[in-house]
Design a protein around this ligand. Structure first.
Ligand SMILES: CC(C)(COP(=O)(O)OP(=O)(O)OC[C@H]1O[C@@H](n2cnc3c(N)ncnc32)[C@H](O)[C@@H]1OP(=O)(O)O)[C@@H](O)C(=O)NCCC(=O)NCCS
Length: 148
């Protein structure tokens, strides 16, 4: 199952996958393809974009991971923004292979650390911990909702 760099021409297929995966449990968010495309295009157009894509033998997108490099002191960090695998292909090792491919790209670029924000109690937390991520004891993620 090939893993390759995610390019602009892949964004529409990734958006369709994203909308499918995050509309389903455990996320159940009301994503449509247009909204998903706007989000993925935003990251793609932002400085330091790096993404990896996994396809089936037929060429269908089965998963992707993406985010952006950012300067920090004398080094670079990578903010992993989105990652998903097609619902019917989850649990088959695709996500792990995608992440390892991404990490190889980042090591080549001398990235010091990868960070991400995700739900504390969602199943994906176990996935990230299995890859070596740890929930920071010293840092916290703050958010404030604003009413329009
Ligand atoms: C999270 C996700 C990207 C993982 O990809 P995947 O291809 O299903 O994961 P893998 O098959 O490579 O699993 C690798 C390891 O993580 C574990 N893992 C994967 N999904 C898990 C889950 N839902 N709960 C607990 N452990 C999980 C597997 O057990 C496996 O461990 P093992 O190697 O000891 O068997 C994928 O399940 C997904 O897209 N989920 C929905 C979207 C999502 O939550 N994205 C991340 C939000 S930021």
């Amino acid at each position: 199952m090939p893993t390759k760099r995610l390019e602009q021409r892949d964004l529409e297929a990734c958006a369709a996958l994203f909308a499918q995966v995050f509309s389903a449990e455990p996320w159940s968010e009301p994503w449509g393809v247009d909204g998903a495309l706007a989000r993925l295009e935003h990251f793609h157009a932002s400085p330091g974009f790096v993404g990896m894509l996994s396809t089936s033998d037929k060429g269908d997108v089965t998963g992707f991971v993406l985010g952006n490099l950012e300067p920090y002191l004398d080094c670079q960090l990578f903010y992993l923004r989105e990652m998903c695998v097609a619902s019917h292909r989850q649990g088959q090792g695709i996500g792990s292979r995608l992440y390892q491919a991404l990490e190889r790209e980042l090591v080549e670029r001398d990235v010091r650390a990868v960070y991400l924000a995700t739900g504390r109690d969602i199943p994906a937390a176990g996935f990230y911990q299995g890859l070596g991520f740890r929930c920071s004891e010293s840092m916290a993620f703050y958010a404030k909702g604003l009413k329009g």
